[in-house]
Every structure is written in C-alpha cells, then in structure tokens.
Design a binder for this molecule. Structure first.
Ligand code: 3HC
Length: 287
C-alpha cells in the first residue's frame, strides 16, 4: 500500500474534489473517466480553485503550480494502474459500481486499497463483486465540496481488514480530513440523518407549511445551517437525494419513512436536478 499516488475513478463533482484535495496535500492524483468532457471540467475546476487559493493568499504561486503538476487526467483505467490507492467515485448505482470494482481489481496491484465514495450503498455488497479482494474494500465517504468539508465517513464491510482500515484512516488524515467510523447500514450515519430531513422539508413544502425560501430561511436562521435543506438538496442533486432515499428504503426493511417525497420524485422525473441542470427547487439559469 502506497499513498504517493491515488487513482480516482470518476471525474464528477466528488471525484474532482477528492483529487484536488489529495494534490493540495502533496499526493499525486490521477482522475480516470471515460468522458473527455468530464475530465476537461475537472481540470478547469482544479485550475480555478488553485488560482483562487493564490489570490486569497492560501497558497503561493509555486505551491499552486506544484498541486496542478500532481494532477493527471486519463480515459482508461490501465493508464492509472501505477497508483498505490484507488477510490471509486462514480454514479450511485450498485451495478455500475460492482462492474468498476471488478475492473479495479484487475487493474491495480494486489496490495492496493479499493475504496468507494458511495453515499449509501452497502460496502459488503459492493465487495461481494470481488470475493478474493474483499479485505481491501472500504467505504471512504467524502462530502461536497470536498476541499472544504472536514469529514470522511469510514465504513468497513464485513470482510474489510484492519490493515485496510488503518491505512484509510491514515490517508484521510494526510488529506487534512477527520475520519469518523460508521457501520455498514444503508445510508451509514450521514445520509441516514440528513436525507430524511431533506425529505421532510419537501413534505413541509408539499403540505403548504411554507414556501421553499421560508423553509430554508427558518432552518438557516433558526438552526444555524449554512444552507437550508431545499437549497442543499439542489446543491447535492435531487436525483442523488432520491436515489439515496431509495437505497435506504430498500436496505432498511422497506420502512415507508424512507420513501422519497412525491414532489422530489416529480422534479427528478422532469429533469429538474438542481444546480447541475440549472433548475431544481430553485432556478439557477440566471446564476
Ligand atoms: N470547491 C472548493 N472550495 C469551495 C467550493 C468548491 N466547490 N465551494 C466553496 N468553496 C470554498 C470557497 O472558495 C470559500 O473559500 P475562500 O473564500 O477561502 O476561497 C469557502 O468555501 C466559502 O465559500 P463561499 O464564500 O463561496 O460560500 P459559502 O460561505 O456560502 O460556503 C459552502 C459555501 C461551503 C458550500 C457552504 O454553504 C456549506 O457548507 N454548505 C453546506 C454543504 C454541505 O452540507 N455539504 C454536505 C452535503 S452532503 C454530502 O456531500 C454527502 C453526499 O453523500 C450526499
């Protein structure tokens, strides 16, 4: 196990944030994504964030150039196969993730930790796709925006080894994060608590308790949240919120309290996914 270079599978919001955090903490990071367009977006996000850090005097020009030089972008997993650590940050879909795990197991060395940034899916279930390497599979759940949020939720599967867990804690700390353990239940701790609150905000809106702006203002001003729950839902992605609720519904005895609110589902089905589509609970088209 070596953490001089990590491979991040998936160049979306979470993957690009994980790679940037590694690079600004002295760790090489290769982002692997089949989409050139996605890689281009990740690269410009990295350049913009490093330039901002220089302008805010959080980094020198030289440190920024070093961080940028630690980042690379490739379209095939084979091109990143020299990494000593791999973290999957692809779409929150169990079948897609299992296929990626099979490929990761074939590509990386047999002492490489195979981590997943899943926000809700069982680590034991994902690890079952690669029975011989289950001891190297672990949940390493980062939070958006990754460079800012301090937490990494660390989730062991049934067969995760102590060595894998200790190395994951050490890597999280070397990336400036605070690792906190959670057990392998659907949604872990973070989304088990957060998503029902977001869902309840949708119920409050649907029931006419208040308009979205007022629900968010009440929670921001009354409970000191940096964003209200509906604004946060748009920021996370309404499709992601719906999918996490469904993983918890299916994974926690089909308890109806985890069923996504109808308004949330209707927005997703209409293509209103939040910030990333320009329209969610709120409209972002005019910035
Ligand atoms: N990447 C890097 N840095 C970022 C960033 C990003 N995407 N977004 C904001 N920042 C930085 C800014 O650069 C700024 O730092 P600087 O001024 O020193 O440069 C700092 O964060 C504050 O940003 P802003 O001044 O633009 O705006 P805010 O003060 O409103 O903060 C926020 C923005 C940090 C996003 C804040 O609103 C917040 O903490 N919101 C809640 C986020 C949250 O709850 N995240 C968890 C989501 S759940 C999750 O991820 C789990 C998943 O499984 C669903």
């Amino acid at each position: 196990m070596s953490t001089k270079k990590i491979a991040v599978i998936g160049g979306g919001t979470m993957g690009s944030g994980i790679a940037l955090t590694a690079a600004t903490h002295g760790i090489d990071a290769v982002i692997i994504d089949i989409s050139e367009e996605q890689l281009g977006r990740a690269k410009s996000y990295h350049e913009k964030q490093c330039a901002r850090a220089v302008s805010k005097e959080r980094m020198t020009q030289e440190e920024s150039a070093e961080a940028i030089a630690r980042l690379s972008y490739v379209t095939s997993m084979a091109e990143g196969s020299d990494a000593g650590w791999a973290v999957e940050a692809a779409t929150e879909n169990v079948d897609i993730k299992k296929k990626i795990f099979i490929q990761m197991n074939e590509t990386f060395g047999n002492d490489v930790v195979l981590a997943t940034n899943t926000s809700s899916i069982s680590i034991t279930d994902l690890a079952s796709a690669i029975p011989e390497a289950q001891h190297r599979v672990i949940g390493m759940h980062f939070f958006n925006p990754v460079p800012v949020m301090k937490l990494v939720e660390v989730i062991k599967g049934n067969n995760t080894s102590e060595e894998t867990t200790a190395a994951t804690i050490a890597l999280s700390e070397s990336m400036g994060k605070i690792p906190v353990p959670a057990n392998d239940f659907a949604g872990f701790v973070s989304n088990r608590v957060l998503m029902p609150m977001i869902n309840e905000a949708f119920h409050a809106w649907s029931d006419g308790v208040a308009e979205p702006e007022d629900i968010d203002s009440i929670m921001k001003l009354g409970c000191a949240f940096p964003m209200g729950p509906l604004r946060l839902a748009d920021y996370i992605g309404l499709d992601v919120c719906r999918d996490i609720m469904m993983v918890m519904y299916n994974g926690l005895d089909k308890n109806p309290k985890y069923l996504p609110n109808e308004k949330l589902v209707a927005l997703v089905e209409a293509g209103s996914l939040g910030d990333k589509s320009g329209q969610g609970v709120y409209n972002y088209e005019k910035g």
